[in-house]
Design a protein around this ligand. Structure first.
Ligand SMILES: Cc1cc2nc3c(=O)[nH]c(=O)nc-3n(C[C@H](O)[C@H](O)[C@H](O)COP(=O)(O)OP(=O)(O)OC[C@H]3O[C@@H](n4cnc5c(N)ncnc54)[C@H](O)[C@@H]3O)c2cc1C
Length: 481
């Protein structure tokens, strides 16, 4: 299935599932209420369904990530989070009917709202927790809390919101007290919890039967390390290869008690043919990676993966242009090693950007590749030494024009990885100045932020807006009925 078809299928399923509670509520045929009250209920029904689907969207599904890419999935997760927050935050303020006063002559609740103490309380607790969850996710970097602490609190917070939200829906919801819709909510919450347990409990349990050990660890450049893993056969690894494609990444979990969230995503910089060795290039970037060089050889590591779609299309023979910044060269080197190892004949151009000379990764390997083949390697330094013979500056439009011949520009397939600002700038140049078709520009982001609106993120944004539009239309139709 092509990526476009899969995206359409996933987005339609998402929109349908978000609208399912509205359809089930409408099918109950209850007497109509004022427009604003049904709008409030409609927003809550769609918003709660979207909230529960966030567990699935942020769950790790190898097939989905391998076809549309984990960063796109996470961008969708973030954008849908804003929409559902808007729905759920507005929901309590739109009601016009009196609440809390039971009217036995109106069991269908067309003229009153059933909001007694506990359902009211659970609703407000879920409402406040949701605001805190989204606020802390948005300003995570400025809060100065550890990533692991934030991630654990994000997961626990989401679970609490789902639990309080379920109680509120079943006890206070006019439509959700119906047995069918109530059953759907209970099943949806159970699936959401399972998705979370799959990442944090079932996957770690499965990984225990496939342990790896650190076979080599050496400095690769300034503050950057090469780590080589091998299957730990003595500890029970069956010896079957880790089934990755060049350019993919894995979550590495270092030996810790089961429930410690100490796993980190790293791109695989080796090629599958190098099995039983799997290589990673890791830059010191924070509390865990700063200590990477001190981990003893032989230490136990578990791999969850492979994930991602930063891979070569089989049978594609178009020229390949790889643009990497800093440690963003890691997945690109996986692609290079794969192409070289398999003897694929493809025109290859590598543009590698760094600030200083001491940060250049894989320098000798790339130089020998350029000497022994037609591959072109452009080393770019922002702060070059006096005797530097390579390019000066950063991979901006002027540099890309200098390095990529005009006749190659629109025909080539581009793979980009590096700092977000670099990816944004390169995508802008390729798409808007060189006129490269978007499907020929493939990028991998090391941080799941929304980033540029014009490059690959632009497509995610458009897809999200279309999905949001369908859902909003559904809510409006429900309210008007
Ligand atoms: C798909 C992908 C591939 C990556 N490949 C590489 C690579 O090949 N080499 C490399 O050096 N770095 C890579 N990274 C970045 C690497 O994961 C982070 O630098 C590392 O996790 C930082 O951890 P820390 O505890 O040292 O720093 P922290 O200060 O804890 O984190 C710094 C930032 O890294 C990110 N991060 C931290 N932990 C996680 C996590 N468990 N899941 C997702 N993001 C996290 C967060 O954005 C955080 O703000 C990759 C990231 C992603 C998403």
């Amino acid at each position: 299935m092509t990526m476009r078809r899969l995206c359409t299928l996933l987005l339609s399923s998402y929109a349908l599932l978000a609208l399912l509670p509205l359809l089930l509520a409408r099918a109950q045929g209850l007497p109509s209420r004022p427009f604003m009250d049904d709008l409030a209920s409609g927003l809550a029904l769609a918003g709660f369904a979207m909230l529960l689907m966030e567990f699935l969207v942020s769950g790790r599904f190898k097939a989905v990530s391998a076809s549309i890419g984990m960063d796109r999935v996470m961008q969708f997760h973030q954008l849908m989070a804003w929409l559902l927050v808007l729905f759920l935050v507005l929901h309590p303020f739109l009601y016009t009917l009196p609440m809390g006063v039971e009217r036995p002559l109106d069991p269908d609740r067309a003229t009153w709202l059933k909001l007694t103490l506990w359902p009211g309380l659970s609703g407000w607790v879920a409402w406040f927790l949701l605001l805190i969850l989204v606020f802390t996710a948005a300003v995570r970097d400025d809060l100065g809390i550890r990533y692991e602490t934030w991630r654990a609190s994000h997961g626990i917070g989401a679970l609490l919101i789902a639990a309080f939200g379920l109680h509120h829906s079943l006890e206070a919801g006019r439509y959700s007290s119906d047995p069918l819709l109530a059953g759907v909510w209970i099943a949806a919450v159970a699936i959401a919890v399972l998705a979370l347990l799959n990442v944090h409990l079932l996957t770690p349990l499965r990984q225990r039967s496939r342990p790896y050990r650190i076979a080599a660890l050496r400095k690769a450049a300034d503050r950057t390390w090469t780590m080589e893993l091998e299957p730990d056969i003595d500890a029970g690894h069956p010896g079957t290869p880790f089934p990755y494609r060049a350019g993919q990444f894995a979550w590495l979990r270092f030996r810790r008690p089961l429930f410690r969230l100490t796993e980190h995503p790293f791109s695989i910089s080796s090629a599958p043919a190098e099995w039983p060795t799997i290589r990673f290039t890791i830059k010191q970037a924070g509390d865990f990676t700063n200590g990477i060089g001190d981990i003893p050889l032989g230490s136990r590591v578990y791999l969850d993966g492979p994930y991602g779609n930063f891979t070569l299309q089989r049978g594609d023979v178009r020229p390949l242009i790889l643009i990497g910044g800093g440690v963003g060269m890691a997945p690109l080197m996986g692609l290079v090693r794969d192409i070289v190892g398999r003897g694929v004949s493809r025109r290859l151009r590598i543009i590698q950007g760094n600030r200083r000379e001491s940060q250049i990764l894989y320098r000798e390997e790339l130089a020998s590749l350029a000497a022994a083949s037609t591959a072109q390697v452009h080393q770019v330094l922002a702060e070059p030494p006096a005797n530097w013979e390579g390019e000066h500056g950063v991979p901006d439009a002027a540099l890309l024009r200098r390095c990529i011949p005009e006749q190659e520009r629109q025909h080539a397939v581009y793979y980009i990885c590096g700092p977000a600002a670099m990816i944004d700038a390169v995508e802008d140049t390729l798409l808007n100045e060189f006129g490269v078709p978007p499907e020929q520009v493939i990028s991998e982001r090391f941080r799941y932020t929304l980033g540029n609106r014009r490059g690959s993120t632009g497509r995610v944004l458009k897809a999200c807006l279309a999905t949001a539009g369908v859902i909003l239309l559904g809510v409006a139709l429900f309210a008007l009925s």
